[in-house]
Structure formats: C-alpha cells, structure tokens
Design a protein around this ligand. Structure first.
Ligand SMILES: [Zn+2]
Length: 988
C-alpha cells in the first residue's frame, strides 16, 4: 500500500544507467542518470515525473524518445524540498507529456556532494597514515533512504530495478560496486589521468542496497568458491575482503565467507551465482571501513562493515565467544543476500523480520554440527541466548504489559512516525525495533524446533526445503517473490502451502499480532492422574486488571519432555486452543527454555519429579528423565515471576519452591568446589525467598501465622547451610553465583546466630587496617549483606554512629574490598545505595532507631535520606526494646519500629512543613517521608489513624492536598505486596 508521502507515479522504473564522475580531490561529484521506465496503463501521457532527490542540483532533464530518433523533450525542473523530491514537468506550461510508447527513458544531469562528516550518501574518510597524507576511502551508505543523495531515483522498498553503473575517476584507484567490473578504459576526454570503470548490471534490487567504494589504499585477499552446481554455465566465483589496514587480520573473515557461502547455497538450494544471473560473472566483496554509523550494511554483492569489528588478531580469535560473535556477524550479512536482498520486503515495517531471520539462520548454521546441546558452545543453549535474550525479553514485556504492543503494532507505529519525520534525516535505527527483532528470533527458533520435532526420525531439513521452495526458478510472475517486493505473510503463506500446514502462517500471525506472551498452566487431571491438563492465558503483570485485557490463545510450541528416558513428545507439539488434555503424564513443557512463554506447574507431582531427577553430575539414572541446568533455571525463573505476581501465585508454587530449594541445599554437602550448576539455581531460589521474607517482615503483624511457617522452613535451610564454606582465604576463588548465594543467605537468615557470627567477623576484617597485606580482601558482592547483618544487630546509638563515621571514610573501606569484574562506577553507585539503605536497617532498640531518625531530622536535605528511609520502612513491624524511661509508662504494650517512626513523624510534622517551604531538596525528602509514614499505617487495621491525621489538616489547604495526593498514590502501590501476601496465606 502506498504511504501518503511515497511517490505516486504512473510508471515503474525498470533500470537505471548511472554514470558518476568522482574526482577524489573535490567535495562535489557529477552524475548522469538514464532511467528506463514502463507506464502502468496503456495511456501514453504523463502529467509529471516525481523522483526522490536530496542535496542534488539537477542541471538538465529530458525524455529520450527512442534510440533511433535523436529528438529529446526537455523537462522543467522543480523541487519539493519537504518531501525530498525533484519534479519534472513539461516545458512551456503544457498540460502533459505525450509519449510514443508505454516504455520511455528519462535522462538527468546533476551534481551532488561528498559527505565528510557523516557516513551516509557518498562519504569520504581520510585514512591517518604517517607516510602519505592523502589516503582516503570514498564509500556509500543508502539504507534506509540515502540513495537519493547519490542519484535521482524512486528511493523506496516498493520499487525494484536493475542498476548499471559506471564511474569516472582517477586512474589506478580501487573501484568496487555491487556487480563485477565489466571493463576499465582510459577516459582522457574528461580529465587527464582518469579511467572509466563499467560494472555489470545488478540483479533486480531496491536502491537501499546500492553501493560503491573508491580508494587509493585498499589491500585485498581473495578466495574461490567452487561451483556447487553441475550446470556447465555455473563457474567458480571469487570472494574478496578489502581493508585499508592489517589485511592479514582479515583472514578469518575470508575463511568464514568461504565456509558459509556453500552452506547457504545448500540451505536455499540456490547458488549465489544465480542471484547475479543478469551479469556475466559473479563476485562477492566485503569492504572494511574505518567508520560506518550502522556498523554493517549488506549492500548486494558489496557488504561493508566497520573494520574494528572484523580485524581481529590471532590472540583475540583464541577467545571462543569473540570468534563466534564474529562468525555470526559475517554469516548474518551473507544471509541477507538471499532473504532481504534477492527476496526483499515492500516496506520498512518488515525490517525486524529481515534482521531476525538473518540472525536466526546465522546461529542455526554456525551451530549445525554441534546441534547436540551437551556441547556448551552451542549458542541456542548458552546463557547469552536463554537468560540474556529470552528471559530478559519475558521480563521486559511483562513490565510493560498494559502498554505492550504486538510486533505488528510496533511496526505500524514506526512506519507512521517515520512518515511524520521524513523531513529530517531518517537512519536505520528509526525503522528498526529491537524488541520485535528479539521476539522474531525466538519465534523462528521455536518454529524450527516445532517443525523438526514433528518430523523426528526423518532427517530431511523441512524448513530448509520450505525456504528453498521460495527460490525455485519456475515460479510464475504471480508468486515469484524476487520480481516484486513482498510482504512478510507472502513468505509464510508460501511456506505453509509447501509444508501443507495452515498452522505455519497462523503461528507467525499469532506471534506477530498478539501482544505479550502466554502463561501455560500444567496440572494433573483430578479424575485421572495419567492425564495432563494444559490451560493457556496471556501473562500479565500484577497491576494489570485481568478481566479487561484481550486474552486470545497463542500458538504455543509445547516442547514437552516425557517422564521416561528423556524423550520428547512428538505427538503433541503445538497448542492452539485455550485448553488441551493429554492422555499421558509429562515431565515438563518448554524444554530447554526455547519458546517465549512461562509455565506454571500446579500439581505436586511435577516438583517431586524435578527433585528426584536433579543431579549436578551428568550421570543419568536409568530410565527416568533428568532435569538439566537450563530446565532447572527456567523452572526457577518462571516460579520467581509467578510468585511475585498476585494473579498467579498459589500455595503450590511456594510449596514447589521450598521443595526445590531444600533439595538444592541437600546437594551442598557433596558438591564440587566450583560448581556453578548448583550455585546459579540456588541463587535464584534464594532471591525468591528474599522477596517472600520482605513481604513477611513488612506485614508480619497481620500475617503472623504465615510468617511462622516460612521461618520453620528457613530454620531447616539455615541448618543445612552450615555445610557452606564461609572461609575467605587468599587462594580461594569464587564463582559469581556462589557469592550471590552467600549474600542472599546472610540477608534472609540475618538473625541466625551462625550467620551473625560470620558476618561480624567479616565486618571487623573490613574495618581493619592491614587487610591488603594479608591479601584476604572481602569480595564486593558480600559487602551489602555484611552491612545489613551487622547494622541489624546494633543495640545502641554509639554503634550506629561509628558505622556512619566509618561509612563516610569511603577510600579506606574500598581498600579492603576485592572487585571481581565490577566497574568502579557500578561499584560506587551500588555501594552508596546499599550502605545508606542498610544504615536504616536498625530494629533492636528504641535508642538506636531514634538515633537514625534524629540523623534524618538534622540532615533532611541530604540525598541519602530516601535510602535510609527505605531501610527503616522494611522494619516497621519489628518489635524493639523500649528505652528505660518509657518502660514504666507502658509496660505491656510492645513497641515497633513503625510506632516509633509514626510518633516521631507526627511530633515533627509541623516543623518540617515550615522548614521545607524554601528548600527544594528538603521538600522532596519530606514528601518521601510522608509516603513512608503512610506505607506503615496503611495496613488494613491502621487505616483509620492515617485518615484522622490527614483530616486534622483540613483547614490548611496546601498541606491537606499534599497529604491526600500522597495517600492516593500510596494506596495504588500498596495493593500488590498485600495481595501477593494474601495469595500466600494458606501455606501448608
Ligand atoms: Zn542485518
């Protein structure tokens, strides 16, 4: 569909003949473009001709009638600057141009400029070199809409044409473009010492893929790709890598191209040479450029990449992960040559898919050969993909679920914004949405697995065949995806037809048109324990009103693992309805966390199966299915999201969490020294426990029974945790997850005598003067928990005062800390936050609580006040030892941190309202103080007190309004933890 600002002409452009005259010493260039066009209807007249053009000065324009007749019709030249157009009209105010046939040619002469500051259009980069001063690379960048800076054209994805380029420039330079060079001849008629380089015709392509390079300093390495076809016309072709420097460090790039072009030819069953069938020869160049804002661009036959990404020393290449990244990047650019370039899309709204597809296939091909996931080098099974990509995407969508958009809506919005923006420079980032890109990769990967799973035992790579079918040459005009730019669903409808499956296009529609992702509930059937019931719903965050959200079923790739022999369920691979009943028991869904959804296991049997089959060793217990590291982590991550969500948290989840945690702790006894397979899941389990603990300590008054049960389990856990080695020695190395786990254990079990003892010891070490000499520095990851446990134990104001003085002596403290991978900025921010929020974590005696409150009172303008308040508020329900003078007054009433805070708050409130009038930072902190006070009081039984307090200010309009608004905001924020806690109440 034409967009309002796209060009509406009565013709299509078939071919551009473009001749450029580029003198590298000048900042302008000259061009002559001859455009061959065909009218869309039989009418042989045109009102006007519109072409995209930006920063080009068109000097002449005319219509060529035919090759026989030399006559030309001159055209008048007009510009529409806002829409970046040059408009050609008949001269002498004639109403229309009459043409002799439905095909015609237009010729324009113009000048353009060479960009020396940014990397779009034609741009020049000077190469810094000690010996010669004038070394340069002139290159181009056209995506998404910079071809119009190089020649007048229809610069839109909906227009595909052939480009035949020739370049006049100084003799002896390297000149490259999309197609191979046809010939180079001297061109003395133009300037002395210059040549004309003529290139073959390009394939049909969009202008965004056009490119050329001119340089006096390019080194090259070349390799041959053997013909993979038996056809006699098909010949070997060469691939080359060009670089202005260090060409030897580009060997890996060349090897990778040489290795993967044949694999791609095999995947698509379509040779690279067939892509360039318009020309006589085929070639493929990679050119490394010093600067490129988009990092890499897959110009047809002329891929350009910013050189620091590809020039790697043998030493750098020894790093597996760096080498894999590089391989993936190169293959990604190669994939575009087939899908994205040869088969191209009609609108930028499909950009996300173009990029997702290239990344998916690149990972698929670079993984092939080590597809068995036991090999940890396989990208699909490593943390970067599973946790870095899938899980953070799930959290991302979750956090914005009310506003979360579908890929489809996202693309439409991007398109709309771009149209508004046309006047400014549009860059690739404007047409690219990262969330859709990542969702697209996950969608393709889970589709691949679903299709493979359906055909297990049959080794034909079905998806490869399906994609290959898109390239079959016998396609008619109607379904040939190369001849006309296509839409996303054109591809998937054809693939669905090929695979004889309606589900394929439906699967893609589902994941592009539905927002968010599903939660799949798995239950044993109540009547028949052999049966399994599956129910799916859209996953929403805890604040979203469930009943007001559209809840359409997704196409869920089930990826079921069965309870015996680690087998997958090949019968049930896809769920398309709300519910599904299986006639057999299962072990888990979403095996290896490869699809985009969370699973809620709602029968105890699942947790029992998990723990009876979790081992940290690789030994398989005969017959039964084992739970490996990725599945265990996925189960815990899903539990974490579910337990923290009021809509989904049920007692079974808490029970399951305790089962798994207990089991993990039991395994502490016979673990390996550096067993991250244990520490990582344990640290996730501990982080969920910590959230529960915070819920309980904040609301313990009303939910005491619940808390008691939690504490019983905690006791058991802490008993087992004594098997942990807490010794810090110079030689000991820590796993990051081990430190995280130790820190969580300290925070959760902060009042346990063992934990107190250990942390007091660390606290003393941290304050000592000679720690660096002994070498036993305290790991940074433990600092927060050391503060917390110690501050929690303070009983008098002196201890607290010492802590504060010591905390202010930042440098001395940091000298005793060992950093492991943390950057110093990160350390400072974290440190600041933890230190001051834990400074408020005192709850043993009234004396020490008052000390903290008085500190706040006298420093109300400091930015650390909200942090201290955060610490205090987490202890509101803790009962404290009252100071002696008050003991006689109210001997029986237990006093909590919150009670002290509330009294202090009411006593000082009027003073603060006066003090804050002219002090912005003090006023901000005062507002935080009010909401903290309301936070405590708004538990259900105490709501009346706070209402009375607010009402007592009814006469003072400003204050009354402030209190009311704060109260309103607070009420909303309050709902979640309280509701989660209620969901937890029937804990058994
Ligand atoms: Zn790309």
């Amino acid at each position: 569909m034409a967009t309002p600002l796209s060009i509406q002409n009565g013709f299509n452009i078939d071919q551009y003949n473009l001749q450029l005259d580029i003198d590298p010493s000048k900042t302008n260039f000259k061009g002559i473009v001859t455009i061959a066009a065909t009218l869309l209807t039989n009418a042989t007249s045109l009102k006007e001709i519109k072409l995209h053009s930006k920063n080009l000065a068109v000097t002449s324009a005319h219509i060529l009638y035919s090759t026989k007749d030399d006559s030309k019709t001159n055209l008048s030249i007009n510009y529409d600057e806002i829409n970046q157009l040059v408009i050609l009209k008949p001269e002498n105010n004639a109403q229309s141009l009459s043409l002799s046939s439905t095909t015609f040619e237009i010729q324009l002469s113009y000048t353009g400029s060479i960009n020396e500051t940014s990397t779009y259009g034609v741009f020049k980069t000077l190469l810094k070199n000690n010996s010669k001063k004038d070394n340069f690379i002139i290159a181009t960048h056209c995506q998404p809409s910079f071809a119009r800076y190089i020649f007048p054209c229809i610069d839109e994805l909906s227009s595909k044409s052939v480009i035949e380029l020739s370049i006049i420039t100084t003799k002896g330079l390297t000149v490259l473009s999309n197609a191979p060079i046809e010939q180079v001849v001297e061109k003395k008629s133009v300037r002395s010492n210059c040549t004309l380089t003529t290139f073959n015709k390009t394939p049909l392509m969009t202008t965004s893929l056009f490119g050329f390079v001119i340089s006096n300093q390019l080194e090259v390495i070349t390799a041959k790709i053997p013909s993979s076809s038996s056809s006699p016309e098909s010949k070997d072709f060469s691939v080359s890598v060009y670089s202005p420097i260090r060409i030897n460090d580009a060997t890996f790039t060349l090897d990778t191209i040489q290795k993967y072009v044949p694999l791609l030819e095999k995947f698509f069953q379509f040779n690279f040479a067939s892509i360039f069938k318009n020309g006589f020869k085929t070639k493929l160049d990679f050119v490394l450029l010093p600067n490129l804002a988009d990092m890499a661009m897959e110009n047809f036959g002329l891929i350009v990449i910013q050189m620091n990404h590809l020039l790697l020393t043998p030493h750098q290449l020894a790093n597996d992960s760096l080498r894999n990244q590089l391989e993936q990047l190169i293959v990604h650019e190669l994939v575009h040559q087939w899908i994205g370039n040869y088969i191209s899309f009609d609108s930028w709204e499909h950009m996300w898919f173009n990029e997702s597809f290239a990344t998916w296939l690149a990972i698929h091909l670079t993984n092939s050969g080590n597809e068995m996931h036991e090999d940890s080098s396989s990208y699909w099974y490593d943390d970067q993909y599973l946790i870095g990509m899938i899980d953070s995407q799930l959290n991302n969508v979750h956090n914005h679920s009310l506003s979360s958009m579908t890929i489809h809506q996202n693309s439409a919005m991007i398109k709309e914004e771009n149209e508004k923006k046309r006047k400014d420079i549009l860059v690739t980032n404007d047409v690219f949405d990262n969330d859709s890109y990542i969702k697209g990769i996950i969608m393709l990967r889970s589709l691949q697995l679903t299709i493979q799973q359906q055909e297990d035992g049959n080794h034909v790579d079905l998806l490869s065949n399906a994609f290959a079918s898109l390239f079959q040459q016998e396609k008619t005009e109607n379904n040939n995806l190369h001849l006309k730019p296509c839409k996303l669903m054109d591809i998937w409808n054809q693939i669905g037809k090929y695979l004889k499956s309606e589900n394929i296009p439906n699967f893609i529609s589902s994941w592009t048109r539905l927002p968010g992702f599903p939660l799949l509930s798995v239950k044993q059937d109540e009547d028949d324990s052999k049966k399994t019931k599956l129910i799916q719903n859209r996953f929403l965050d805890g604040y979203a009103p469930l009943d007001k959200i559209e809840n359409v079923p997704y196409h869920i790739p089930l990826l079921i693992k069965l309870p015996m022999d680690n087998k997958l369920d090949y019968e049930n691979v896809l769920m398309t309805d709300r519910t599904l009943t299986l006639n057999h028991p299962i072990f888990l869904c979403n095996n290896e966390s490869q699809a985009m959804y969370r699973v809620s296991y709602e029968s105890e049997i699942y947790y029992d199966q998990f723990i009876s089959n979790t081992t940290t060793t690789t030994t398989t217990i005969g017959g039964s299915t084992t739970l490996d590291r990725i599945n265990l982590i996925k189960i815990l991550k899903d539990l974490s999201a579910i337990i923290n969500n009021v809509h989904y948290c049920k007692p079974i989840h808490i029970k399951g969490l305790f089962k798994i945690t207990n089991h993990l702790i039991d395994q502490l006894k016979d673990r390996d020294a550096h067993d991250d397979n244990l520490w990582e899941p344990l640290s996730i389990a501990m982080s969920i426990l910590l959230n529960l603990e915070r819920c309980y300590s904040k609301y313990s008054g009303d939910y005491y029974d619940n808390e008691k049960k939690f504490n019983e389990i905690v006791e058991k856990l802490v008993g087992e945790s004594s098997t942990i080695n807490w010794e810090l020695t110079k030689s000991r190395r820590y796993e990051a997850f081990e430190l995280e786990t130790l820190s969580y254990i300290s925070i959760i079990f902060k009042n346990h005598p063992e934990i107190i003892k250990i942390n007091e010891k660390y606290y003393d070490l941290l304050r000592s003067d000679n720690l660096k000499i002994s070498g036993n520095l305290i790991p940074f990851k433990l600092i927060g928990s050391i503060f917390l446990v110690n501050v929690e134990q303070f009983t008098n104001g002196k201890q607290w005062k010492r802590f504060i003085n010591y905390a202010k002596d930042y440098d001395r403290l940091m000298a005793n800390v060992r950093l492991e991978g943390e950057s110093s900025k990160e350390v400072q921010e974290l440190f600041h936050h933890e230190l001051w929020s834990y400074a408020g974590y005192t709850n043993k005696t009234e004396e020490v609580v008052m000390k903290v409150l008085n500190y706040i009172d006298s420093n109300l303008e400091l930015e650390l006040v909200p942090l201290i308040l955060e610490g205090i508020s987490s202890n509101f329900n803790r009962v404290v030892v009252a100071s002696k003078k008050q003991e006689s007054d109210c001997s029986d009433v237990s006093l909590s941190v919150g009670d002290i805070f509330w009294k202090w708050f009411m006593d000082n409130f009027n003073k603060w309202t006066n003090k804050c009038k002219n002090n912005k930072s003090m006023a901000d902190n005062f507002h935080t103080l009010i909401s903290i006070a309301f936070d405590y009081r708004s538990t259900e039984s105490k709501n009346i007190l706070i209402e009375d307090f607010i009402e007592s200010y009814k006469g003072q309009e400003d204050i009354y309004k402030l209190l009311r608004t704060t109260r309103k905001v607070m009420k909303k924020d309050q709902e979640l933890p309280l509701a989660v806690l209620k969901a937890l109440t029937p804990l058994s």
